[in-house]
Write a protein that binds this ligand. Structure first.
Ligand SMILES: [Zn+2]
Length: 177
């Protein structure tokens, strides 16, 4: 709710204090709603299925935020590059550009894991390169043999907590795979 609307609601609440005030209290005490983050994958045509699977792996373990594919108006956009390593520029909270490197996939790194890892950054998680393969955010750390594309329980819990209050702005930063 923006400040202006809130001001109007407060004025109304003061004018009709009992019923509207009660309604506002109920609304603010309600459980956190699901926040939908829209992603587009058309910019990475070689990895459409892998991107969808990476998103589905997140959706399977968190309820505060849901990743939904949409061709227009997406705030997380996938792109394909051919060198330099996969990375994302993101605010860490539902807005960013993800670059999937075809040469990294050619080296043997799993594209579903890369997509899920970069989505993890867009959901707020930092890298943990020394972590095990069972973590998504260990990224390239465990090597090409690691094909795990599912978040660990701890990673899911962290994202769940980061989205308990919906969208919030933060700074854009660049983080790699
Ligand atoms: Zn990373």
């Amino acid at each position: 709710m923006n400040g202006r609307l809130l001001g109007r609601v407060l004025v109304l609440a003061a004018a009709v204090s009992v019923p509207l005030g009660a309604g506002l209290t109920t609304a603010s005490a309600a459980p956190a709603a699901v926040t939908t983050v829209y992603y587009s994958s058309s910019g990475a045509p070689d990895y459409l299925a892998q991107i969808d699977q990476g998103a589905a792996n997140w959706n399977a373990v968190v309820t505060d935020v849901k990743l939904v594919k949409r061709s227009s108006g997406a705030t997380v956009k996938f792109h394909e590059i051919h060198s330099g390593g996969s990375y994302t520029n993101t605010n860490g909270h539902g807005r960013g550009d993800i670059y999937l490197d075809t040469s990294q996939v050619a080296e043997g790194f799993d594209p579903t894991r890369i997509a899920a890892h970069e989505l993890g950054h867009n959901l707020g998680l930092p890298d943990d390169y020394t972590g095990p393969c069972t973590e998504l955010m260990s990224g390239h750390g465990p090597g090409t043999a690691c094909k795990n594309a599912k978040p660990s329980a701890a990673e899911a819990a962290k994202v769940q907590s980061l989205w308990a209050n919906g969208f919030a702005a933060s700074e854009t930063r660049q983080v790699a795979y």
